[in-house]
Design a protein around this ligand. Sequence first.
Ligand SMILES: [Cu+2]
Length: 143
Amino acid sequence: MGVLSLVAWVVLALGQGGKKPEVYLAELAGQGLKGRAVVLVGSQGGLEVFVYLEGLRPGSGAYANHIHFNRGGNATCKEQNGDQILGLTSLVADANGRAVAYTRLPAASLPGGSTYVNVHANTPTPVGGTLACGDLQATEVRY
Ligand SMILES: [Cu+2]
């Protein structure tokens, strides 16, 4: 998957500054879909977010997706209780039902506590119910 080599490159690039970037991963699943999200916290602040999803209906349009969190710091996919969001670039299903999106959020920080990446249905409203979700987990990176 090209996404992973791109992520490896970005991790290396961010590492050039000396301070290790923090990395968070989420395995996305739901409604016959699967995928992955990677969130990099840059040493200068800001976030870079990669989301990959497969199993969408081919050519079925754009899907809103967000990092969800809440004030209590206990947002999870299971509870769907992340009432606040960081908006991400929409995922657009290709002819094979795959989508990948990259979002750079220069001024954002990952909220404390547990957070998750949620991909929303695009019907009946542009930002519908949950199609796929994954809880973000901190991951140690060695390079
Ligand atoms: Cu959302």
